[in-house]
Write a protein that binds this ligand. Structure first.
Ligand code: PGA
Length: 230
């Protein structure tokens, strides 16, 4: 599984924990690779994504520690850590299900909108919008890291199935832009990949508020919908 952090997946993680506790799921043979990590934060830093995953999922399910990987934000040699991360995912046979949220600016993992997306796991400079959005978890904006390590769009899109979850009124604009605005150039990369990948989009009514009604769907979206579950 490819896993994500942020507020969006929290209800899902609570549900997965409850289902394993109820004997309906078994994570003992599951392997997981996380999307991203802040550069410069130790795994036990309260805001590191490794710690987030431990506290919100891994510590409560039977997944084996050696079967969970998160990019190492403290690596001295980031490019070689990134290559090793890609190799590990490959050795494990690739990602079957990738869980994705989306940032207000359309970022996937920490792949900020741009014209050419690095395909593989790489270091990225965080935009001010992303740092602003994430400062709620830190005591001040100055403490929010300025860089991160993220799976590339290629790594994400190589997953056999992608489940994207978008919730909340504050995501209505970006959901509309990424999925419905023809020719949107500032998106996340997902819109260009959607037509040839099996994607399920799950959203709540608040996030879907700007979605066109059935009669207003454009041809591009209709074509896309035949290949994805939206
Ligand atoms: P959020 O973050 O779930 O906290 O909104 C999503 C993201 O930034 O990718």
């Amino acid at each position: 599984m490819g896993l994500a952090t942020g507020s969006t997946p929290l209800p899902l993680y609570r549900e997965l924990i409850a289902r394993e506790q109820a004997g309906k799921l078994d994570f003992s043979r599951v392997r997981s690779a996380n999307l991203d990590e802040y550069k410069g934060l130790a795994p036990d830093h309260p805001q590191s994504y490794r710690r987030f995953m431990q506290e919100n999922l891994f510590d409560h399910i039977s997944i084996k520690p050696e079967n969970t990987i998160v990019p190492d934000g403290l690596a001295d040699d980031i490019p070689s850590m990134c290559r090793a991360y890609e190799r590990k995912i490959e050795d494990w046979g690739g990602v079957d299900i990738q869980l994705l949220g989306i940032g207000h600016d359309g970022h996937i993992g920490f792949n900020e909108p741009c014209d050419h997306f690095p395909v593989m796991t790489h270091e990225v400079k965080l935009t001010e919008m992303t740092r602003e959005a994430n400062k709620r978890f830190f005591s001040s904006i100055d403490e929010v890291p300025t860089a991160a390590v993220t799976m590339g769009v290629g790594t994400v899109m190589a997953a056999r199935k992608i489940v994207m979850v978008i919730t909340g009124a504050d995501k209505a604009d970006i959901l509309y832009k990424v999925f419905f605005r023809t020719g949107h150039a500032g998106g996340s990369g997902l819109h260009s990949a959607v037509p040839f990948r099996h994607v399920t989009l799950i959203c709540d009514e608040a996030a879907a508020a700007k979605m066109p009604q059935e009669g207003q769907l454009n041809a591009a979206f209709r074509a896309l919908r035949t290949q994805s579950k939206i």
